[in-house]
Design a protein around this ligand. Sequence first.
Ligand code: PMP
Length: 287
Amino acid sequence: MSRIAYVNGRYVPHREATVSIDDRGYQFADGVYEVIAVTNGRLVDEGGHLDRLDRSLSELSIAWPMSRRAMQLVMREVIRRNGVTNGIIYLQLTRGVARRDHPFPVGVAPSLVMTARRAKPIPASNLTKGVGVVTFADQRWARCDIKSTSLLPNILGKQAARQAGAYEGWMVDNNGFVTEGTSTNAWIVTDKGELITRNVSHAILNGITRLAVIQLAGDNGLKLVERPFTVAEAKAAREAFTSSTTNPIQPVVAIDGAPVGDGKPGRIALELRRAYEAATAQGGVNG
Ligand code: PMP
């Protein structure tokens, strides 16, 4: 089946889909995005993703290009036309097309692009063996809570991690505390069995999977503390893992080459992953 993209009101073959070179997304990264998983034909935590989209848009004073209900209908149509049962849908909204000039243009409609694709299989060894992360300075701006398409530090960080043979890079603030991964939230489990993830602020993206894990932790009687943790604390932790839409809970077994715990995927991480998979088969944890 050939891929179809939605671009500003039209469904077009993916390869022919284009936007204007004057689009402010292209010129300034003046836009936001969402990635929502499709599992067994259902959107996972759709409500949470659309709420976050609403927040990102309002923080940047970009209007919704259509009602939330209409957007949900287009999303379903994009998924249907691409024959995606298990995969993702990508939504990108920008401030629109205007002559290049820094101030916001007046009377310009926002641009909306949606694409969908089937899931890339996650290597089995990710779960049986776990993955490594490396740490480096967080070089991002002061509003990482906005899901902006401006991702330069994130892609540079991911590339550096991959070149170091690691799955992910964990970014570290000026005080030595881990903020998050380049495209994931960061978690540890302490010696006492407490689940730790950084509290929400302008320093991190409030992951929808992060929120789901918080919910599942509560449902499973785990003690959770939302607070910053240092790289040293993470290295000394019993377990570590990442969370994200595309790979919900990924055990981390090494940080900067040093083993975490016994160097094997942690029990709590694997349990949370199973619980997450059970919940997403029903459409997600937070609807
Ligand atoms: N942090 C960053 C910087 C991200 O890019 C992502 C993925 N978009 C996440 C965290 C995880 O968010 P989510 O669980 O909503 O995919």
